[in-house]
Design a protein around this ligand. Structure first.
Ligand code: GAL
Length: 689
């Protein structure tokens, strides 16, 4: 991982004060200019103070090779700026124009089978193409030269969601780049052979030139897992290099103008290693789309907390989310009424100092015409636009009250997320397809919240070991270094939760031998010899296990065959004898050095974890940590605690009444009376304490 760039935030327009940024993607090129004045009027009405412009405008900016038309964009930016609306300007390189791909089809990426991915949508370029790189960097140069010193441009929005559509390219350009990447990482071909375990299935290579991408191998066959894992690393790195090249051109011409590129961090999203990317931007920004259904709010809060972790608690930018339905799910559910304000304030609570949407005005045509926006098809006279105005007013009030400059208060509990563990657990020849990394951190975040504890979600490379309590949920890959940190953390008094599927492989996904979890068995005081995956695709196979604490395990259980003398079994299975699981320990508490651990040897899901947590916390002497799980409380404060805010969200579908401290400075679907807040479903209050 590279050295982190210094955090730097888009500064207000000349003469304006520093406020929370509010706005969205603005695509004036989709509309006749008469609409622009109405856009500005409505933006003012909603309290919008920043928009992202030009993201998909390459074909309009450079309509023919070498011919540039900045006039329309100049007029749009000028209108915005004069109205006090700042611009986050795109490099415009995300979607190459037709003339380019017609002249140079060699920039198009290839799928696993070697088929060309044609233009017709966006991101139809390969990051390893020297030809594409030249065109894209040239556009960056032109953009930077033209907008250098423009008083209304406050940040660069480099490309858009790298890898959203072109994450894996299997072209010959990619092959050559992969060979180089392997050489840099491993130095010798023998080291690659060792890392990928090529002694298996005669995959030995004599030279770097024998390395090919994980191309199509026929259905039902299994790609070398080491190669596959490295291809995910390589693909993240190669897109990152492309971003860095764009960034460096822009920066060389407009030094000091902060740069970002929008990540796609959500509970399930694991395309690129965004924690690694976080080191390369001036401020991190995220695109997040809500998960319809019962997880909606918790997942928003979870993903926002992970962003705060990726940002190392520096202010971050919510670059895109939706006011309601998206257009890309099989069923595009409407967002629950009230969630425009509630979801955005959850992001603010978790450290976002900017709230933006995709997109400002709902398109009339094109692939995203059914995607919600800030100004819907219905126009100004609509509930969505009224919500957008209400949110603008709330963000304005929070700015007046001094929220900028505060940060999310560190929780006592860190739930660890790891991109590489996700990548390794996605492999199709693992013990089960029912388990991979990402569901478990979310279940823990939710189960802790059910017990009234708001956890911080933090990347494995961050300072999780500086928390009082840490959770390693299905952190499947555990390097020597992480294993050492685990050992030191607990020895020095840390409280650690570890689950099944943690610490199984090292950084090359080579199994730690001698019984699982190989590298930290002594710390957690258990030894697992086998696994008992569960499912219902085979009649009569084991499909669940009851625990004697009243919870039920699904999908996966460890066969714990021995526990340390220092340990206590908190729960065991109650099962029929034929299963071999009766009385096998399921949850084991242990003491190691000055610290305590609890090992959860099966998948209990959010409900089972929530129910087991009081006893688990009790075994660590942490019983008084729990609170009211109906609400999620998040605090932001500055270093001197002169400004201290609390956000209280209703997590249920019923109204809740809870005690609160301080003066209510914003409330949506809620009211506060004499230290008691009544919060409706989808409601939130913000208090100054
Ligand atoms: C993002 C993208 C936007 C828009 C949005 C729709 O992936 O950056 O341009 O397509 O999704 O949800």
């Amino acid at each position: 991982m590279s050295k982190r760039r210094k955090h730097s935030w888009p500064q207000p327009l000349k003469g304006a004060e520093s406020r929370l940024w509010y706005g969205g993607d603005y695509n004036p090129d989709q509309w006749p200019e008469e609409v622009w004045d109405d856009d500005i009027r409505l933006m003012k009405k909603a309290g919008v103070n920043l928009v992202s412009v030009g993201i998909f405008s390459w074909a309009k900016i450079e309509p023919e090779e070498g011919k540039y038309d900045f006039d329309w964009l100049d007029r749009a930016i000028d209108k915005l700026g004069k109205a006090g609306i700042a611009v986050d300007l795109a490099s415009a390189t995300a979607s190459p124009p037709m003339w380019l791909t017609q002249a140079h089809p060699e920039v198009l990426w290839k799928d696993e089978r070697g088929d060309t991915v044609w233009p017709g949508a966006r991101e139809h370029w390969r990051p390893t193409s020297p030809v594409f790189r030249e065109y894209a960097l040239n556009l960056c140069r032109r953009m930077a030269e033209h907008y250098k010193g423009n008083p209304y441009v406050v940040a660069w929005h480099v490309s858009n969601e790298y890898g959203c559509h072109n994450r894996f390219d299997y072209s010959d350009d990619a092959m050559r780049a992969f060979q180089k990447w392997c050489k840099k990482r491993y130095k010798t071909i023998d080291a690659v052979n060792e890392a990928w375990g090529t002694a298996f299935w005669a995959q030995h290579m004599n030279d770097f030139s024998e390395i090919i991408p994980p191309r199509y191998i026929g259905d039902g066959n299994f790609m070398n897992p080491g190669k596959l894992l490295d291809y995910k690393r390589f693909s993240s790195d190669v897109l990152k290099e492309f971003y860095i090249a764009e960034r460096d051109v822009l920066e060389s011409i407009t030094p000091g103008l902060p740069l970002t590129t929008n990540f796609m961090v959500s509970a399930g999203g694991s395309m690129l290693d965004y924690d690694d990317w976080g080191a390369e931007v001036d401020f991190v920004s995220n695109d997040h789309y809500f998960t319809p259904g019962e997880a909606h709010f918790d997942e928003v809060a979870y993903a926002a907390s992970l962003m705060d972790g990726i940002s190392r608690k520096e202010p971050w930018f919510q670059m895109e989310h939706s006011t309601s339905a998206v257009n890309w799910r099989p069923i595009n559910y409407r967002a629950e009424p009230g969630s425009v304000v509630r979801d955005s304030l959850a992001q603010v609570a978790m450290g976002a100092d900017a709230i933006c949407y995709f997109q400002w005005r709902q398109s009339k045509a094109g692939a995203e015409k059914w995607h919600s926006s800030m100004v819907p098809h219905a126009g100004e006279d609509s509930q969505i636009f009224r919500d957008v105005c209400e949110l603008g007013a709330d963000l304005g009030r929070l700015s007046d009250e001094g929220l900028m400059g505060t940060k999310t208060v560190k929780s006592k509990v860190a739930v660890v997320f790891d991109y590489e563990s996700q990548w390794a657990t996605e492999y199709t020849a693992n013990p089960t397809q029912q388990v991979n990394h990402w569901t478990e951190p979310l279940d823990w975040f939710r189960a802790l919240a059910d017990n009234g504890i708001t956890a911080d979600v933090v990347p494995v490379r961050s300072d999780w070991d500086s928390y009082e309590i840490a959770v390693l949920p299905c952190v499947y890959m555990m390097s020597e270094e992480t294993s050492r940190r685990v050992r030191e953390f607990v020895a020095n008094g840390g409280k650690l939760f570890v689950t099944y599927y943690t610490g199984l492989g090292d950084e090359n996904d080579h199994i730690w031998l001698g019984g699982y979890p190989g590298s930290i068995r002594d710390v957690v005081g258990v030894r697992v010899e086998e696994f008992a995956p569960m499912g219902n695709d085979m009649p009569g196979a084991l499909d669940h296990l009851d625990l004697d604490n009243g919870t039920v395990a699904h999908d996966f259980a460890d066969v714990i065959t021995s526990t340390a003398d220092t340990s206590t079994v908190l729960a065991s299975y109650k099962a029929e004898r034929w299963t071999g699981m009766n009385e096998v320990p399921a949850i084991v508490a242990n003491g190691y050095g000055d610290g305590r651990t609890v090992y959860v040897g099966c998948r209990l899901g959010r409900q089972g974890l929530a129910k087991s947590l009081p006893a688990m916390l009790g075994s660590m002497g942490l019983s008084d940590l729990a609170g009211d799980g109906r609400v999620l409380r998040v605090e932001r404060a500055d270093a001197a605690a002169a400004n201290h805010f609390e956000f209280v969200f209703n997590r249920t579908h019923e109204p809740v009444t809870v005690d609160v401290e301080g003066e209510a400075i914003a409330a949506s679907l809620a009211h506060v009376d004499d230290g008691r807040a009544t919060i409706d479903p989808t409601g939130v209050v913000v208090l100054r304490r």
